[in-house]
Design a binder for this molecule. Structure first.
Ligand code: UDP
Length: 488
């Protein structure tokens, strides 16, 4: 019988675990469900060993092959004061030459190029090769809508978005409150704002967009983006949008001694009695906020696992390019916590310095709540494991995510003040933790957020299963790629 060679696709991902992790999951879907061969060109940050570790842990390198492109030399192009989006865009621009050189050597020629939103300049490479290109949005459809509509808002609105009195209207979608706009829209005079507007134009040059959400979760927004939808019409959009999520990881097979001790401890705790506290790969908070959070956890009287990172004044995304290189020992972080915190809480709490195997923890039956920065990857991991959230947005598009989770979807509680503006006080932290996680002394009571979370968990599983909306959407993309390539 004639043997068909697997269809070859190249996927380009930009620095940051929040980009690399979903890119790998997307690649796996193409490999496992559609028998594709995927080469991921992963541009990694110079300092984060976690990205390299993740790349080395890929189990099927023959079908899902990752080429690490270390971040190019950025001397003189950006400095530490430049915002994350500026640094990402400049990095990807500088890496374009390396990306092109690698793609041109891949044989047989790839049938499609898939790029993340920071890598849209690579679309030109695909055009030269005359192959299809898709943009992969690791975040959700409401964020995509705001991004696509931003060049219009740029002309419609005068002054800073955060100073507007009314919410920003996006046709067919929920309006975005001025205080919720994503980071690059905070200051129109910052370089990252111009970069951000450029991303929106870049996406429209592609043949389609894959977004990490699913129909049942964001039906209204996806409807607006579809051909004939209100937003699609306003944008005069010519490309389809496919909801292919949730793309989330399974627990890592290779554990560590830290993970083993966390799991051992969780095994001994009652079901859904522990709150997990973590702010993603890049989140940091001020010393004052960290102190208040520690007191809040203690006051709540609930059990906790807290991934602690050294406090930093100023940027909430300070660890984005450096994750994994600071405090690796509990002793190092303890000095930032209230005096006596560790000894008073040693029976009810665990501190994990810097980094934890998050999916393993969220999957554990003892975990009943997640204090999260609402990065979309963490959010999807919480949703797919049915863990109610305490939304604590810090940077990027996380304020939008928190609003959507708490107010539209009913999957989270959130502080009354924005953690980015004011310090959230210990009493409020304790109240939110108690609202989500039940105490040993309480009788079982109906928890609306938990019930709603279980419904969404079921709909996420259904969307990704064979015949589900996201499975069908990705199959459609796969068929288009195979069709455009012609017979082998
Ligand atoms: N993550 C993890 N352990 C940590 C912190 C983060 O495994 O201690 C993983 C998390 O599971 C998620 C990713 O890193 O898959 C972070 O992505 P997300 O979109 O939540 O946020 P970002 O880090 O991009 O802000």
């Amino acid at each position: 019988m004639e043997q068909h060679k697997p269809t070859q696709v190249v996927l380009v991902s930009s620095p940051g675990l929040g980009h690399l992790i979903p890119a790998i999951e997307l690649a796996k879907r193409f490999v496992v469900h559609h028998n594709f061969k995927v080469t991921i060109l992963a541009v990694t940050s110079q300092t984060s060993g976690r990205e390299t570790h993740l790349i080395n842990s890929i189990l099927t390198p023959s079908l899902c092959h990752v080429i690490n492109i270390p971040s190019p030399d950025m001397t003189g192009l950006v400095d530490q004061n430049d915002a994350v989006v500026t640094r990402l865009c400049v990095t990807m621009r500088q890496a374009k030459h390396a990306i092109k050189s690698i793609i041109s050597k891949i044989t047989p020629r790839p049938s499609a190029l898939i790029v993340d939103i920071f890598a849209t300049e690579a679309i030109a490479i695909a055009r030269e090769l005359n192959v299809l290109t898709y943009v992969f949005v690791a975040s959700h459809a409401w964020f995509l809508s705001l991004l696509l509509y931003s060049p219009f808002l740029h002309h419609k609105i005068q002054g800073q978005y955060v100073d507007q009195k009314e919410a920003l209207k996006i046709p067919g979608c929920s309006p975005v409150r001025p205080e919720d706009v994503c980071d690059p829209m905070l200051d129109r005079s910052d370089t990252q704002y111009a970069e951000y507007l450029g991303l929106s134009n870049g996406i429209q040059q592609s043949d389609g967009v894959l977004v990490n959400t699913w129909e049942e979760l964001q039906f209204k927004t996806l409807e607006a983006l579809r051909e004939g939808g209100l937003l699609s019409q306003a944008l005069n959009m010519k490309i389809p949008v496919y909801a292919v999520g949730p793309l989330v990881r399974e627990p890592e097979l290779e554990t560590s001694s830290v993970t083993d001790s966390v799991v051992c401890w969780l095994d001994e705790q009652p079901t859904e009695s522990v709150v997990y506290v973590s702010f993603g790969s890049g989140g940091t908070m001020s010393y004052e906020q960290m102190n208040e959070l520690a007191w809040g956890l203690e006051l709540s009287g609930r059990r906790f696992v807290w991934v602690v990172r050294a406090p930093i004044e100023g940027a909430a995304d300070a660890a984005f390019f450096t994750t994994g290189n600071k405090c690796n020992q509990v002793d190092e972080v303890v000095k930032y916590l209230p005096e006596g915190f560790v000894s008073r809480n040693k029976k009810v709490g665990l501190l994990v310095p810097e980094w934890a195997q998050q999916v393993t923890i969220l999957k554990h039956r003892s975990v009943g709540g997640f204090v999260s920065h609402c990065g979309w990857g963490s959010t999807l991991e919480s949703l797919t494991n049915g863990v109610p959230m305490i939304a604590w947005p810090l940077y990027a598009e996380q304020r939008m995510n928190a609003t959507m989770l708490a107010e539209e979807l009913g999957l989270a509680v959130r502080p009354k003040v924005l953690p980015t503006k004011k310090v959230v006080q210990r009493e409020e932290i304790a109240r939110m933790v108690r609202e989500v996680v039940q105490g040993d002394d309480e009788n079982a009571k109906t928890n609306r957020v938990r019930e709603r979370m279980k419904e969404v968990q079921r709909s996420a599983i259904k969307a990704s299963s064979e015949g589900g909306s996201s499975y069908v959407a990705l199959s459609h993309v796969a068929k288009t790629i195979v069709g455009a390539d012609g017979p082998n």
